[in-house]
Design a protein around this ligand. Structure first.
Ligand code: NAI
Ligand code: MG
Length: 365
């Protein structure tokens, strides 16, 4: 049977960019005979409006069954005053938690035509293509004990960095699998010099390496890693790191590439019966209420998220590359949505205009 895809556009520009992704999916169906069983459902504010909850149980059940979930964005001013328990982002958190998506993938890919947008010199980032795998469900954001206590008449804030070897191992496997589909180079980052969890991290990653002898593994202290990311980012292919360091390092790497409208992401869980990992793909940006409904949203982050699904869920790496190359071509030709223009005198294309250009480039590829 065909691979299955659940599309959850969500709110604001999430709906606008997802409509463009559907055109790309249709292109692959018509021109590459790649058929998906696509279903669509509500999440976030859109689900709240219809069901009174940001994610209906039926939608949750569907997400558990499909080969991949593609999500747009959730939230918006209309929902800002809702009770915490039904806020749009709770829908997103429920998906991540119940699918147990423990590996968060954030690529930092720099298209040559946009290298002026980088915070770094052009030559340092041109052609950059790295992938940060961040452990997402454990570590210091979850460890116990935690809280603010009184000690000797003074307030003390406490969080605990805690990792089991099983948690480190499953993330490491996701990172090694990733490396196998890319340049077979993995750098693991921790602070084994000052943290026991870092010593364990380094041990476990080294043990898992025995199952992936083709991958070249290196270890780096995370502070040095931050420095190396801005000094010479092209030395990296895949980086595996914990929840806290990954939060910081992935934001840092994002700025190497420029606009929020360009950044895709994925969150992976355990392999399902068919061998595919549980997976959810989504752009990094939010619902952008300031530009919604105006045809201004850049659809590329969401289209690149679909390219990640092709590569990491459906083993269609060649077609993922083909889609990325079409985007590269369009950018090199100077096609720009508003977020990619620094010169106010140049003209922007609309959301659908950008997709038109990408589909044309795909046709020509
Ligand atoms: P945002 O990412 O929605 O927007 C930040 C800025 O970037 C805005 O000026 C926006 O116009 C621009 N921008 C974002 N994506 C763009 C795109 N594809 N094309 C062109 N310009 C783009 O973040 P903000 O404004 O902090 O949050 C707005 C709403 O989105 C809030 O309700 C927030 O909670 C929600 N949000 C949802 C996320 C998610 O669903 N994963 C992530 C971040 C925020
Ligand atoms: Mg962050």
């Amino acid at each position: 049977s065909n691979p299955s895809l659940l599309i959850l556009p969500g709110d604001g520009i999430g709906q606008e960019v997802m409509a463009e992704v559907r055109r790309v999916i249709d292109w692959f169906g018509a021109k590459r005979d790649m058929q998906f069983d696509v279903s669509e459902d509500l999440v976030g504010g859109a689900a709240y409006d219809k069901h009174g909850v940001p994610l209906h149980d039926d939608t949750m059940a569907k997400a558990q069954e499909v080969d991949a979930v593609l999500l747009g964005a959730v939230g918006g001013p209309a929902y800002d005053d809702l009770d915490f328990s039904v806020k749009p982002e709770r829908g997103l958190l429920r998906l991540r938690k119940e699918m147990d998506l423990f590996a968060n993938l954030r690529p930092a890919q720099c298209f040559d035509a946009l290298s002026d947008f980088s915070s770094l010199k052009k030559e340092l980032v041109a052609g950059l293509d790295i992938m940060i795998v961040r452990e997402l469900t454990s570590g210091v954001y979850f460890g116990e004990p935690r809280g603010i206590h009184m000690e000797d008449n003074m307030r003390v804030g406490i969080n605990t960095q805690r990792y089991t070897e099983a948690e480190i191992e499953r993330g490491a496997r996701a990172a090694f699998e990733m490396a196998m589909k890319r340049d077979k180079k993995l750098c693991s980052m921790e602070k084994a010099n000052v943290m026991e969890s870092g010593i364990l991290w380094r041990d476990v990653v080294t043990e898992v390496h025995a199952d992936y002898p083709e991958v070249e593994l290196s270890h780096m202290y995370a502070d040095n890693g931050a420095m190396q990311l801005v000094r010479a980012p092209k030395q990296f292919d895949v980086i595996y790191t914990d929840n806290l360091f990954g939060d910081i390092l992935s934001d840092c790497a994002a700025m190497l590439t420029g606009s929020l409208g360009m950044l895709p992401s994925a969150s992976l869980g355990a392999p399902m019966e068919n061998g595919r990992p549980k997976a959810m793909y989504e752009p990094v940006h939010g619902s952008a209420p300031d530009i919604m409904g105006q045809g201004k949203a850049n659809p590329i982050a969401c289209i690149l998220s679909f390219a990640m699904a092709l590569r990491y869920s459906f083993d269609e790496g060649a077609d993922a590359t083909r889609l990325e190359a079409a985007i590269e071509k369009v950018l090199a030709d100077g096609v720009r949505t508003g977020d990619l223009l620094s010169d106010e005198n140049s003209t922007a294309v609309s959301t659908s205009g950008m997709t038109d250009a990408i589909l044309e480039a795909l046709d020509a590829s």
